[in-house]
Write a protein that binds this ligand. Structure first.
Ligand SMILES: C[S@@+](CC[C@H](N)C(=O)[O-])C[C@H]1O[C@@H](n2cnc3c(N)ncnc32)[C@H](O)[C@@H]1O
Length: 345
């Protein structure tokens, strides 16, 4: 038998075709996207406009923000914030023992055909609702396109500003959900009145959020970095007309909008594993894990845009607040509110 072995010369490793290399040092700077479409704004911020599938965003102090209705919403929408929102989604659920809502959906003849999730964020809640109610059509709307492309068929996302006029039909939704939206709207009564108009008779609304009041499991709140942090951030938000102190007002606002059968459930949201109870300790652990990115997300734009701080000052304050929590001082918590109501039939 002859030796038919032939040696195959190795092919060179696969590479992308060569791109021209930018030699101008300016084009590596922070104020030019390199897509030839950026607009320099201020010393600290710039925007990237569309082109080749790149979504338009504003970048500021190392964080990414929405550009549609730019400046209206004060938190970032970058990967770090997406991870924080998904983490907080887990905490909202853990406090309800895994449930997505407290409203008596689908009971007593109530049908679930159309659901609206206002300010859906990453769409995690909307996606899970669509899975739980496969016959319902779930719409999640938001200023930012940060939802995944793999949502179930009965879940869709829209880029929209709910403070602008709504195009949805009246008496339409069987359930409207608003979660973690304190600090988003100037006029909550207007938003809730609209929710009322667009809820189907007999349909439900549900608000979920933690209140903007820091409390301590050991009584008095220590006069330290966390208190200072929250005072500055909270006052800065209020000065823009979009206060974080919303949750405790929602029961009254829903009644004023016309909703009936209001149910309020309050849960402790510990910011550390300080409670002795096993379940609460676990939730506190989750609460603590989310704090690093939460502190920075809430403070970054508010303290730079409103108070004129620089990035280093903001990071220092966030670090001090984080160290105080990590040191176990304070036994901090906030109160999570789950409030639902029904539109009369
Ligand atoms: C803190 S996130 C909460 C996201 C989601 N509801 C959750 O619980 O994970 C607030 C979201 O509201 C959106 N938002 C703020 N103002 C809005 C507006 N006027 N219209 C629509 N969405 C808005 C933001 O873009 C952001 O994604």
């Amino acid at each position: 038998m002859s030796d038919s072995h032939q040696s195959i010369p190795p092919s060179p490793p696969w590479q992308f075709p060569a791109l021209d290399i930018e030699t101008n040092p300016h084009d590596y700077s922070d104020v030019d996207s390199g897509f030839g479409a950026s607009i320099a704004r201020t010393e600290n911020s710039y925007s990237v406009t569309t082109g080749s599938g790149i979504h338009p965003y504003v970048y500021e102090n190392g964080r990414r923000y929405h550009i549609y209705r730019e400046g209206v919403y004060i938190l970032p929408n970058d990967v770090e914030e997406i991870e924080r929102l998904d983490h907080f989604h887990g905490i909202f659920l853990a406090l309800l023992d895994g449930k997505l809502y407290i409203a008596p959906l689908g009971q007593g003849g109530h049908r679930m055909r159309r659901v609206l999730d206002i300010g859906t964020g990453t769409g995690a809640w909307a996606i899970e609702m669509a899975e739980e109610f496969p016959d319902a059509r779930v719409i999640g709307n938001d200023l930012s396109r940060i939802q995944p492309p793999w949502a179930p068929k009965n879940c869709e996302f829209e880029i929209d500003d709910v403070e602008s006029d709504w195009t949805y039909p009246e008496n339409h939704f069987d359930f409207i959900h608003l979660r973690s939206l304190s600090g988003c709207f100037k006029d909550w009564d207007m938003v809730l009145r609209r929710c009322y108009v667009h809820t189907a008779p007999g349909g439900y609304i549900e608000f979920q959020d933690y209140d903007g009041h820091l409390k301590s499991g050991s009584g008095a709140i220590p006069d330290g970095a966390v208190t200072r942090y929250w005072g500055l951030v909270s006052d800065a938000a209020s000065s823009t007309g979009r206060t974080f102190q919303v949750a405790s007002t929602i029961e009254g606002r829903l009644k004023a909008a016309g909703f009936i059968d209001i149910t309020v459930r309050k849960e402790m949201w510990p910011m550390g594993p300080w409670p002795k109870d096993g379940r609460m300790k676990e939730i506190g652990r989750l609460g603590k894990m989310g704090l690093r990115s939460a502190f920075c997300a809430f403070a970054s734009a508010l303290l730079t845009r409103v108070l004129g701080w620089d990035k280093a000052q903001v990071e220092k304050l966030c670090q001090e607040a984080l160290e105080e929590v990590n040191g176990g001082a304070g036994k901090f918590y906030v109160t999570a509110y789950y409030v639902c109501g029904r539109k009369p039939s």
